[in-house]
Design a protein around this ligand. Structure first.
Ligand code: SAM
Length: 322
């Protein structure tokens, strides 16, 4: 366990084994049949498209059923054969690999669909985590479903849920927002759209943009607790928790961190609504600085007042200022 001083705190999590196994769906017989371990003569997977989640760092984080599907598939489509070959080598799997990634998907998709029509067992994996989650596969799944071809999954790791569970922030209601736009105006506009949502927000973010994204979040989402989860399940796993502004300052000063990061932001805290005269002062200052739309979103997040109402007042103030 590691801790940092200052406004934000980082911890290195350790995962322990030995917990009691619980049936995910409420009791024996509710889950799909599992392969025995070690997987002897496991029955081959059913024909169809199998979305198989792979580890996000630690090669041990793949399910027994996922391995059985990869072993028994006629072929595996992956983003980068070098990455998936490492996982297959670790488990002695020799299934042929082919690529399906952002740059060849349009060309390869018809071949995958043709294989499914022939009744093949096709597995789809991404470099890490759950396919389709900020990774290729959505159009393939949609096309397969449109033709009535079978699609199923062997679920597993995803950085979004891993970060959420370690963040210490409310997990009961959350929005996974994927990657924010790279350009600042578009990023700020996207954040303004979520500012009043009563939910924990989860973002994937590249380390070079982390400090700037956190600074925009602090400005547009207001005072909120947050966490930056880095290198999850890897040797240098770290979760740094603190207020958005403190995290922004930390990464501005320290520079981009190494590895991959997920940002988790707590929901807006309900605040006592300011008196009307105070509200006008706050809104006037925010409109001058941020413009009408962002000012309304920002104050809605900070005060809990309806954004619609604030927007109308902000427009009136702006017109009065002109
Ligand atoms: N499909 C993957 C999933 O289910 O999590 C996500 C793929 S997306 C292209 C890659 C992003 O996921 C990274 O930029 C980072 O934000 C996040 N990520 C993936 N692995 C991670 C890890 N071990 N630690 C922290 N973030 C990770």
């Amino acid at each position: 366990m590691r801790q940092s001083g200052g406004d934000t705190r980082a911890t290195k999590a350790t995962s322990g084994g030995g917990g009691k196994r619980r049936e995910p769906n409420g009791g024996p017989g509710a889950s799909k049949p599992e392969p025995a371990w070690p997987p002897a003569a496991t029955a081959p997977p059913e024909p169809g498209l199998h979305l198989v989640a792979t580890p996000i760092g630690n090669l041990g984080d793949v399910s027994l059923r996922g391995l059985a599907v990869l072993r028994g598939a006629d072929r595996i489509y992956c983003e980068d054969t070098r990455v998936t070959a490492r996982l297959l080598a670790r488990y002695g799997i020799k299934t042929p690999l082919e690529t399906y990634h952002d740059h060849n998907a349009e060309r390869v998709r018809p071949a995958v669909l043709a294989a499914l029509r022939r009744g093949e067992r096709v597995a789809l994996v991404s470099d890490a985590g759950t396919p389709l989650v900020c990774d290729p596969g959505y159009k393939l799944v949609r096309a397969a479903l449109a033709e009535g071809l079978p699609v199923t999954t062997a679920p597993g790791a995803s950085a979004a849920l891993t970060a959420l569970t370690l963040s210490g922030l409310p997990p009961d209601r959350f929005l996974f927002a994927g990657f924010l736009p790279r350009q600042r105006p578009a990023r700020r506009q996207a954040l303004a759209g979520w500012a009043t949502l009563d939910a924990t927000l989860i973002f994937y973010e590249a380390p070079p943009r982390l400090a700037a994204a956190l600074a925009d979040m602090a400005e547009i989402l207001g005072r909120r607790p947050a966490a930056v989860a880095r290198e999850l399940t890897k040797l240098h796993e770290e979760v740094r928790r603190g207020p958005l502004a403190g995290l922004a300052e930390h990464y501005r000063a320290s520079g981009p961190p190494r590895g991959e990061t997920v940002v988790v932001v707590g929901p807006p805290e309900p605040a006592a609504a300011p008196a009307d005269a105070d509200l006008e002062v706050l809104l006037r200052a925010a409109v001058a600085k941020l413009g009408v739309k962002e000012a309304a979103a920002r104050l809605a997040a900070e005060t809990g007042l309806p954004r619609r109402v604030l927007y109308r007042r902000a427009v009136a103030l702006r017109d009065g200022m002109a």
